[in-house]
Design a protein around this ligand. Sequence first.
Ligand code: ZN
Length: 230
Amino acid sequence: MTQLSDLAWTAVPDRPLVLVPLGSFEQHGPHLPLDTDTRIADAVAHEVARRLGERVLVAPPVVYAASGEHQSFAGTVSIGNEALRFLLVELVRSLTLWSGPVVFVNGHGGNVRCLSGAVSQLVEEEGRDVAWIPCFPAGGDAHAGHTETSLMLHLAPERVDMTRAATGNTAPLRELMPAMLAGGVGAVSPSGVLGDPTTATAEEGARLFDELVGHVLGLVGGALRDGAPS
Ligand SMILES: [Zn+2]
């Protein structure tokens, strides 16, 4: 058993490594559900924990995060950078009273600035044993495109509506960034898609999922061997 929420307090192992999936609740185009980032991060964390055995637990995911750039789309719920940073700091302060290392598995690019700031504060100012790992494939398209749609076709095909999948804005993120910073994702893509979901397949999703699991497994496995995450 690897899920913290399934355990009685007496069953919690001594100083386990705890993975905390960090997602988002934000639009992912007309064909993917709002909890796409959370589902992907949660699935990767569970598979990593399953492979590493009973010294690793998965905490319930952090669902609400920093998604201000998607706020013009209905359904999106964001608590913003300031609240997220406070949440992450308090969460680790509480967890580490009984846990070993804490590792955030982050599925949403918009959380990175806040997450890395919170982790730096916890490590450098408070000496906590905490790290974070990105959980999106290298070289993938930005948002609700080929990459995320493929992953969701592998993980939860019943939640993907490919009849509504349409190519969004495929320009590189760095080109879109000035307009996005000023007006959010809606300013550059009316559908909310940054990339091309029409080429997505479950087979590609399975391959990408293995890649993500391998990446996180390497870093978390190393942390377990060393006694601390790097
Ligand atoms: Zn996403």
